[in-house]
Design a protein around this ligand. Structure first.
Ligand code: FES
Length: 132
């Protein structure tokens, strides 16, 4: 059976209040394991599957990175915006989904929306009879 045309909808993921001290919660939405993160004032949704070997990337350590200030000086910054996969340590920028050192490799990210009631919704693709 072939799948019908793709459609999208926003599915409820969690409440903003459920984001813990480390600004993260793991949820299942439409059969997908997702990490919901609060990063720099935004809410980001990431598929909990590392593009390297499928590790549970959303359970990794959140940290920052050294950023160039000028040609000879670096400074620590972006605390909480860098996610390290717990299996082999690949690091990803949560704001873009891109891997450090090879931005062509990316986390699967989803558009999010926060409604007035504080619930986070994630835009997922749905096909007739199955999800993306
Ligand atoms: S599975 Fe994530 S770095 Fe290897």
């Amino acid at each position: 059976m072939s799948a019908g045309p793709a459609a999208h909808r926003f599915a409820k993921a969690c409440h903003l209040d459920s984001l813990g001290d480390d600004s993260r919660v793991l949820v299942e939405v439409e059969g997908r394991r997702l990490g919901i993160f609060r990063v720099g004032g935004r809410v980001v949704a990431v598929h909990d599957r590392c593009p390297h070997q499928g590790g549970p990337v959303c359970r990794g350590v959140l940290s920052g990175t050294t950023m160039p200030v000028n040609a000879h000086e670096y400074r620590w910054g972006r605390e909480g915006a860098i996610l390290s996969c717990p299996w082999h340590g690949w690091e990803f920028d949560l704001e873009t989904g891109a891997m450090f050192g090879n931005p062509r490799i990316r986390l699967r990210t989803y558009e999010t929306r926060v409604d007035d009631d504080g619930y986070v919704y994630v835009r997922v693709q749905v096909r007739e009879g199955r999800d993306e």
